[in-house]
Design a protein around this ligand. Structure first.
Ligand SMILES: Cc1ncc(COP(=O)(O)O)c(C=O)c1O
Length: 451
C-alpha cells in the first residue's frame, strides 16, 4: 500500500530551520526558480531578491558560468577523498582565494558552512597557542549580539540569547564584550557611526579580568549582520586589533556575511584597514550554489603547525566534504564572475557622479535614507550594499511589527529579512539603480500600512 505520508503537498515532515513552522505551513511561501535579481514563487509571481538569498547569492541567481561549472564538475569528478588525498581544483581555489587578500594571509582551510568555519577557526586558535607552548591560553571571547552560526563553539562565543538559552552550559572558558549598537548617539548614521570607539576598551577589561595569559582569541563580525546590521564605530576595530597585539591574542573576523564584496570591498578587512589573524567565510564564496566555507589563516599560524615528523597529521580536524569538487568548481566560477563584472567593488561609494551607475553605495545610501520619517522608523543605517531599517517595536509584542513588514513586502514582490524589529537588506551585488528604487518604493508602501 502506498505510504500516504509521501505527497508533494504534505508540508508536515520537513521541520524547517529558523522558521515559525506553524505559521509558514498555514500560508507557505515557496520559491520555485530564480534568475538574476528575481525569484519566481509557486504561484508564478516575481519577487525581487532584497537579501541575496540569505546574504549569499552575491553575483545574482542562475549565473551561467557557475551553473555550467557545477554541471561539468559533476560529470568529471563527483567526489575525491578529502583526507590524505586531493584534487587539483581545491589547490587552485585556495591559491585564488588567498590572492584576494594581502600576504601573510596565505592559507585556507575548507569547510562546508559558516558555522563549520567558525568551529574550525576557534579550534585552530586553541591548538595554535598549544603548539607554540602557550597551552594556558584557552579562553575565547565573543561579543554580545554576535552571530557565529549554530554549532556549540559558535553559539558559545555568539551573543544571541535565544540561540543559547536552550542548550545547557555551552563551551566553558568563554566571555563576551559589549555590543556597539547605540541609537541614542548614532541613529540615522550614513556609513560608520561617529560614537563608540571607547567600547573597544571593554576587551581590555575582560582580558584583564581573566589575565591575558589565559586568553586565546577574540572573534567578532566586523559588521554584525544577523542581529540587524550593526556597523562598528569609527576606530573601534583598530582598537580591538591593538589590544589583541598587546596581549598575544588572536583576532578572528567572522566575514561570513561581509566577505566577497558586501561592503563594496572584497572583504571587510579591506574596508576598515584592519588585518585580523584569521577570517571565516562561507556564503558568497560559492554564490550560495554549493555549500562551502573557508577559514583564511595567517602564515605564522599555519607554519606553527608544520613541525614534527613529516608523515604525521599536523592538525586533527577536517570534514568529509572539505573542498568538495562541486563546491570548488562553483567557487572558481564564482570568483571569475565577480572579477569579470567588478562585483567585489560594486557597492563602493561613488566618487565620481552620483547616479552614473558606478559604485552603487552612494545611490543605495541616498535611497534608503529617504525612508527616514516614515511611520515607526527609528533608524536607517547602511554600509556598502547592506542596509537596515529599525522599527519601534509594538508595545508588548516585540518582532511582530517587522515580521508583518516581511510578509507584506513579500506580498508586494520584494524579499526582505527581519531580525527582531529590524529590516535587513543585502541584495545581490549585480543590482542596478532601478532595483534599488523598486526595493525602497515597496518598503515605503509597506511602512505606511504597518500596524
Ligand atoms: C557572521 C556569520 N557567521 C556564521 C554564520 C553561519 O553560517 P552557516 O549558516 O553557513 O552555518 C552566519 C550565517 O548567517 C553568519 O552571518
Amino acid at each position: 500500500m502506498a505510504d500516504t505520508r509521501i505527497s508533494t503537498n504534505n508540508l508536515d515532515s520537513f521541520w524547517m530551520p529558523f522558521t515559525a513552522n506553524r505559521q509558514f505551513k498555514q500560508e507557505p511561501r515557496l520559491l520555485v526558480s530564480a534568475k538574476d535579481m528575481y525569484y519566481t514563487t509557486s504561484d508564478g509571481r516575481k519577487v525581487l531578491d532584497g537579501t541575496a538569498g540569505l546574504w549569499c547569492v552575491n553575483a545574482g541567481h542562475g549565473r551561467p558560468k557557475i551553473v555550467e561549472a557545477i554541471a561539468r564538475q559533476a560529470g568529471e569528478l563527483d567526489y575525491a577523498p578529502a583526507f590524505q588525498m586531493g584534487h587539483p581544483k581545491a589547490f587552485e581555489l585556495a591559491s585564488r582565494l588567498v590572492s584576494l587578500l594581502p600576504s601573510p594571509m596565505d592559507h585556507v582551510f575548507f569547510t562546508n558552512s559558516g558555522s563549520e568555519a567558525v568551529e574550525t577557526a576557534l579550534k585552530i586558535a586553541l591548538a595554535y597557542h598549544r603548539v607554540k607552548g602557550n597551552g594556558s591560553k584557552f579562553r575565547l571571547i565573543g561579543r554580545e549580539r554576535g552571530y557565529h552560526g549554530v554549532n556549540f563553539g559558535g553559539i558559545s562565543v555568539g551573543g544571541i540569547v535565544t540561540n543559547r538559552k536552550m542548550f545547557g552550559t555551552l563551551l566553558t572558558g568563554v566571555d563576551h564584550i559589549r555590543h556597539t549598537h547605540d541609537l541614542a548617539r548614532n541613529a540615522f548614521t550614513r556609513g560608520e557611526p561617529e560614537y563608540g570607539e571607547e567600547l573597544a576598551d571593554d576587551l581590555e577589561r575582560v582580558v584583564l579580568l581573566h589575565d591575558p595569559s589565559t586568553v586565546a582569541a577574540v572573534i567578532v563580525e566586523p559588521v554584525a549582520g544577523s542581529t540587524g546590521v550593526l556597523i562598528p564605530p569609527k576606530g573601534y576595530l583598530q582598537k580591538l586589533r591593538a589590544i589583541c597585539d598587546k596581549h598575544d591574542i588572536l583576532l578572528i573576523f567572522d566575514e561570513v556575511i561581509t566577505g566577497f564584496g558586501r561592503l563594496g570591498t572584497p572583504f571587510a578587512t579591506d574596508y576598515f584597514g584592519v588585518m585580523p589573524d584569521m577570517i571565516t567565510t562561507a556564503k558568497g564564496i560559492s554564490n550560495g550554489t554549493v555549500p562551502m566555507g573557508a577559514v583564511f589563516v595567517q602564515s605564522k599560524i599555519h607554519d606553527a603547525f608544520m613541525t614534527g615528523p613529516e608523515h604525521l597529521i599536523e592538525f586533527f580536524h577536517g570534514y568529509t566534504y572539505s573542498a568538495h569538487p562541486l563546491a570548488c568548481a562553483a567557487a572558481l566560477a564564482t570568483l571569475d564572475t565577480y572579477a569579470e563584472e567588478g562585483l567585489l567593488t560594486a557597492g563602493a561609494m561613488d566618487k565620481d557622479e552620483p547616479g552614473d551607475g558606478k559604485g552603487l553605495g552612494t545611490y543605495w545610501q541616498t535611497a534608503l535614507h529617504t525612508l527616514r520619517g516614515m511611520p515607526h522608523v527609528i533608524d536607517v543605517r547602511n554600509i556598502g550594499l547592506v542596509g537596515a531599517i529599525e522599527l519601534a517595536p509594538m508595545p508588548g509584542e516585540p518582532t511582530k511589527r517587522a515580521f508583518t513588514a516581511f510578509l507584506k513586502a513579500y506580498e508586494k514582490g520584494v524579499l526582505i529579512r527581519t531580525t527582531g524589529d529590524i529590516i535587513a537588506l543585502s541584495p545581490p551585488l549585480m543590482l542596478q539603480e532601478h532595483h534599488i528604487d523598486e526595493i525602497v518604493a515597496t518598503l515605503a508602501m509597506v511602512l505606511k500600512d504597518l500596524p
